[in-house]
Design a protein around this ligand. Structure first.
Ligand code: PRP
Ligand code: URA
Length: 214
């Protein structure tokens, strides 16, 4: 594997994340449980991904005295799920930063070519001054994530992070090479892609499992 900027890749090791990903993988995990797990993993990954959020000082009066103290500059964060499956991650990160703005990018992969096709894009404006967290549970060939981030950059996005739950080495390498400036957070790095460009061992089709389709 050759990467563009390995320093911008964080692979999660936390036992809680690994445990919950194991539950997600199980084909017997039903839709309700699957959604809850995606939300919980997103909270745990979000905690790490947001550890360098911009802060601002406010003045507060405690029962003892007035003080200046720090709060997150919530207006400066934008979450951008890649539809459909990325939607399952939004509530987890919003639980951490409820004031974040939310944009959406719609992408689907062609079943034969595995190339991504964009069908929707609506981002908070202005986007330049925000930290943007793009999210999608699956980073397979990397095509969807690369195109989504191209789109965010073409709208003016500068400080961009990408959160996924499971990545294939092929997709991680492609994304990091195409966007070496983007900080990437991966719940677990899996073995490889199969001939249908599904991640192995993976968890199957994330969108179908979150929304109970198929
Ligand atoms: C899945 C997944 C990613 C994409 C990853 O979406 O949620 O967006 O595939 O694959 P890639 O890295 O090879 O581009 P899918 O196209 O199945 O659409 P859906 O979320 O609407 O089900
Ligand atoms: N999209 C998914 O949902 N799962 C994969 O394994 C690959 C792409």
């Amino acid at each position: 594997m050759s990467y563009g900027n390995i320093e911008n890749i964080t692979i999660m090791k936390h036992p809680l994340i690994q445990h919950k990903i194991s539950m997600l993988r199980d084909k017997n995990t039903g839709t309700n449980e699957f959604r809850k797990l995606v939300e919980e993993i997103s909270i745990l990954e979000g905690f790490e991904a947001l550890s360098d959020l911009p802060m601002e000082e406010i003045e507060v009066e405690t029962p003892i005295e007035k003080c200046t103290t720090q709060v997150i500059s919530g207006r400066k964060l934008a979450l951008v799920p890649i539809l459909r499956a990325g939607l399952g991650m939004v509530s987890g990160v919003l639980a951490l930063v409820p004031t974040a703005k939310v944009g959406h990018i719609g992408m689907y992969r062609d079943e034969k070519t595995h190339e991504p096709h964009e069908y929707y894009c609506k981002l908070p404006s202005p986007i330049e001054e925000r930290t943007i967290v793009a999210m999608d549970p699956m980073l397979a060939t990397g095509g969807s994530a690369v195109d989504a981030i191209n789109q965010i950059k073409s709208h003016g996005g500068i400080k961009i992070k990408f959160m996924c739950i499971i990545a294939a080495p092929e997709g991680l390498e492609r994304l990091n090479k195409a966007h070496p400036d983007v900080q990437i957070y991966v719940g677990h790095l899996d073995r490889e892609l199969n001939e249908d460009a599904y991640i192995c061992p993976g968890l199957g089709d994330a969108g179908d499992r979150i929304f109970g389709t198929k």
